[in-house]
Design a protein around this ligand. Structure first.
Ligand SMILES: Nc1nc2c([nH]c(=O)n2[C@@H]2O[C@H](COP(=O)(O)OP(=O)(O)OP(=O)(O)O)[C@@H](O)[C@H]2O)c(=O)[nH]1
Ligand SMILES: [Mg+2]
Length: 307
């Protein structure tokens, strides 16, 4: 299948709204909203192409840009490799130069538009944080456990996985969820016997075994769904099933599992490169690894004792 190399730009106004553009009726996927941009022409670098495309489509002169992320998307008859650039500085007010409709939308408002399929992973990549804290999986409610949990409430953690191998009381989960809400933390349940109807959470986190039994996304689109995976096959399966993000592990060896063979940075990067959805690295991660992790294209790091 032919791979179409495409570059697109993320323009933000002072309210942090993002510029989207409506594809014209006669185009492939006409009527869908997208990030402005287009195909690379022969002999062009990615940067030259995005500068040209945004001049042609919006009439702006790009002065400063940084690569946000590259993703692949397979349509029925084509595969698109999308390089997404943050446009940090430009001249002129963007206009729909080619007669296309354009609109500024907050991240929440984006969901009101009929978007190209690549926009879902893009939105996840700009809304998910770079740290994902996983709770210790036993001794819930002990002083030690509650101490760690309360400490996270006052940290910069905004995404948390409640992990448990035994059934937890609903009242306990509700209490944790209330605390999370007050502190703008999203709580994902990785408890046993998930029903995907539990009310006191922002979504779920699946084990690999749970994910492998599913053929489609088990929860609503406005909930978050993460999946634990250990190799490319599992991670791709989780993506196809409709996960919003995956965790891959173990990227490095950990004190708790010293004999487990780790993926290593190179394989972890290969997995990130082949996925569209955000990837967190787990296993032997510490805050000092965050920068490297993001340079490799991952969303960030996950861990129980990493933060
Ligand atoms: N511009 C843009 N294209 C995207 C996005 N996501 C995505 O899959 N694509 C695909 O990438 C390809 C790029 O296309 P384009 O149609 O904008 O190319 P272009 O501006 O050079 O236009 P033209 O070839 O019609 O002259 C299309 O197949 C399009 O469906 C996106 O967010 N923005
Ligand atoms: Mg275009």
């Amino acid at each position: 299948m032919e791979i179409i190399k495409t570059v697109v730009g993320v323009l933000r106004n002072k309210n942090q709204e993002i510029l989207i553009s409506k594809r014209k009726k006669e185009q492939f996927m006409g009527g869908f909203w997208e990030l402005p941009g287009g195909k690379i022409e022969t002999g062009e670098s990615l940067k030259q192409a995005i500068i040209r495309e945004l001049k042609e489509e919006l009439g702006i002169q790009v002065n400063q840009l940084t690569l946000h992320k590259t993703m692949m998307h397979k349509y029925e008859d084509r595969a698109v490799q999308l390089s997404i650039y943050n446009i940090n500085e430009h001249q002129n007010t963007p206009l729909g130069i080619e007669g296309q409709a354009i609109s500024w939308a907050s991240v929440d408002e984006l969901n009101n538009y009929k978007l190209l399929p690549t926009m879902k992973a893009f939105i996840s990549s700009i809304t998910l944080p770079n740290k994902y804290w996983i709770t210790p999986s036993s001794n819930h409610q002990s002083d030690e456990w509650m101490g760690k949990f309360n400490q996270k409430l006052n940290s910069d953690i905004t995404l948390l996985q409640l992990r448990s191998k035994i059934e937890l009381d609903n009242s306990f989960i509700r209490e944790l969820n209330n605390k999370c809400k007050k502190n703008n933390i999203k709580l994902l349940l990785n408890t046993i016997n998930k029903t995907f109807n539990e009310p006191y959470c922002d979504g779920w986190h699946l084990t690999t075994t749970e994910m492998l039994k599913l053929s489609k996304r088990p929860c609503a689109d406005n909930k978050l769904l993460g999946v634990s995976t250990h190799n490319l096959t599992e991670a791709l399966k989780a993506q196809t099933m409709g996960a919003d993000f995956v965790v891959i592990s173990p990227v490095q060896t950990t004190k708790t599992h010293p004999d487990t063979i780790s993926l290593g940075w190179d394989i972890a990067k290969e997995i990130v490169d082949k996925l569209n959805i955000p990837v967190y690295f787990l296993g032997g991660m510490a805050l000092k690894d965050l920068e490297k992790t993001q340079q490799l294209g991952a969303q960030g790091i996950a861990g129980i004792s990493a933060f």
